[in-house]
Design a protein around this ligand. Structure first.
Ligand SMILES: Cc1ncc(COP(=O)(O)O)c(C=O)c1O
Length: 479
């Protein structure tokens, strides 16, 4: 191995493991060594190809059209459906919002109606494209509130360009009432996007396995676009998602061409221009290797894993499941005798990654678990580790944030904070100081403090953190 490759391998030692089923967020592991190997080989073989020009690399166009065709079959797409492979769920959602906005040049101040549980990719789209997000609080079961969505749409009138729902939502793992949302959209001539980024390659198989799946596909009249990620439950290497539109006219505003310069005419269906064919080829190869029967089996395995997890969780009294999962995502909360942040730290110490989700809209913090097929084989081991983590967390009691600190944080207005204030705050929570910026080994205290902060302060603080984290490493010290 070259020095560079061994150096890369050494660096990876500090990363979360991507395989083995012990990382319950960020990664999706089929547990199939052959699929992983095929994906790696395809990325390597196509990494230098450029999907900028589909006529120059017809192999990429063919792979894209075949993958889109497969996705169409999964989501009951009519013959008119068209789609594009994008770099990920966020790009698919950005493009769905951009297309919805640009289809309505007559609307001066476009807006979209979102359940409060919609993925932040919609907020990013709002930020990038100037489409105002109108957030509708969800019902007690964490699903979109149809009556409140109707009221929001009526209030917006002609400025509404999009309604969205999730299948399922990331934070709570439940499918929104897509049929009702789509009906509202249809009545008003508004587009309806279904974010199936995380469920798109699971829910169709779950339905085939006889599980109850609420309607969310193009079978639902009024659904105009669907995003579904390859790099999640199709278990392909990172960098691949699909955005489908019910027909070509709906997609047209997504397409971009520029002949406004003396060089080649730029022509794109997605946000990137030069884009590696690696993730696309890898997705094509992995999907072909796993195959329809393979996905059915993987879905069966992961859903069985979810069932065993839910059964085992009922033996840990300090924890409860926040919402009965519609898919492969499980969200937990505590009974107040302990906190989720300490549990997450204890699990990390035992070699498991579970993801804390901060309190939001008056609801307490939760723990998020994304199960993949590879985790399903280790559910009993996971439950044992979780039980021990909870025991330790109960013995320690919930993390306390000093009441005066809570008051101080709650009174803080992020808009008025200076860089020096951020430096002070970051070092106060152990995320910065004279030795530079870093995360402390245990995150419970930091998370507990962020938990009491308003979302706007969390965002400001974390952006300040990222700004400091993301600094060049110069070859010569002192330059
Ligand atoms: C429901 C949902 N939508 C969108 C996204 C964004 O996908 P990506 O991280 O690939 O951009 C995610 C990611 O977890 C998701 O769960």
């Amino acid at each position: 191995m070259t020095d560079a490759l061994s150096a890369l391998e050494a660096m990876r030692a500090h990363d979360l493991p991507t395989h083995g089923g012990r990382t319950l967020a960020y990664v999706y592991d089929s547990g199939l060594a052959e699929a992983d190997e095929v994906g790696r080989a395809a990325v390597a073989a196509f990494s230098s190809t450029n999907a900028l020009d589909p006529t120059a690399f017809p192999s990429l166009l063919r792979m894209e059209n075949e993958l889109v065709g497969l996705a169409c079959d999964l989501v009951d797409a009519p013959a008119s459906t068209v789609g594009s492979v994008t770099s990920g769920g966020t790009e698919s959602i950005l493009l769905a919002v951009q297309a919805a906005r640009d289809a309505r040049p007559d609307v001066a101040s476009p807006a979209m109606v979102l359940p409060a549980t919609a993925h932040p990719a919609f907020h990013k789209a709002a930020h990038y494209f100037g489409v105002r997000p109108v957030l509708v609080p969800v019902r007690d079961d964490f699903r979109a509130d149809v009556a409140a969505t109707a009221a929001a749409l009526d209030e917006l009138g002609a400025s509404a360009v999009l309604v969205a729902g999730s299948a399922p939502s990331y934070a709570h793992g439940v499918v929104d009432p897509v049929a009702d949302l789509a009906a509202l959209a249809l009545e008003r001539g508004v587009r309806c996007h279904v974010d199936a980024c995380i469920g798109g390659w699971v829910l169709p198989y779950a339905a085939r396995l006889g599980r109850e799946v609420p309607p969310w596909t193009f079978d639902v009249e009024g659904v105009t676009s669907i995003s579904l990620d390859l790099h999640k439950y199709a278990y392909t290497p990172k960098g691949a998602s699909i955005l489908l539109h019910r027909d070509a006219a709906l997609r047209r505003p997504q397409l971009f061409a520029s002949a406004a310069w003396p060089g080649y005419t730029m022509l794109n269906s997605t946000m990137q221009s030069t884009k590696s064919g690696g993730p696309l080829a890898a997705a094509w190869a992995v999907v072909r290797t796993i195959g329809d029967e393979g996905y059915l089996r993987l879905t069966q395995e992961v859903l069985d894993g979810v069932d065993r997890l839910l059964a085992g969780l009922s033996e840990i009294p300090a924890l409860h499941v926040v919402a009965a999962p519609d898919s492969t995502l499980v969200t937990l909360s505590t009974d107040g005798t302990c906190d989720v942040f300490t549990i997450a730290d204890e699990m990390a110490a035992a070699g498991w990654y579970v993801q804390p989700q901060l309190a939001f809209a008056g609801r307490a913090a939760t723990l998020h678990l994304t199960l993949s097929a590879a985790t399903a084989a280790h559910v009993e081991e996971f439950l044992a580790a979780l039980g021990a983590a909870v025991d330790t967390a109960v013995a320690a009691g919930p993390v306390q944030v000093a009441p005066d600190l809570v008051d101080f944080v709650r009174a803080m207005d992020p808009a008025t904070l200076t860089e020096e204030d951020f430096d002070g705050l970051l070092s106060a929570v152990g995320m910065g100081g004279d030795d530079g910026i870093a995360l402390p080994e245990r995150m419970a205290d930091v998370n507990a403090l962020l938990d009491v902060a308003a979302p706007a302060l969390r965002e400001a603080l974390l952006k300040a953190f990222l700004d400091r984290l993301s600094r060049p490493v110069r070859a010569a010290a002192g330059t």
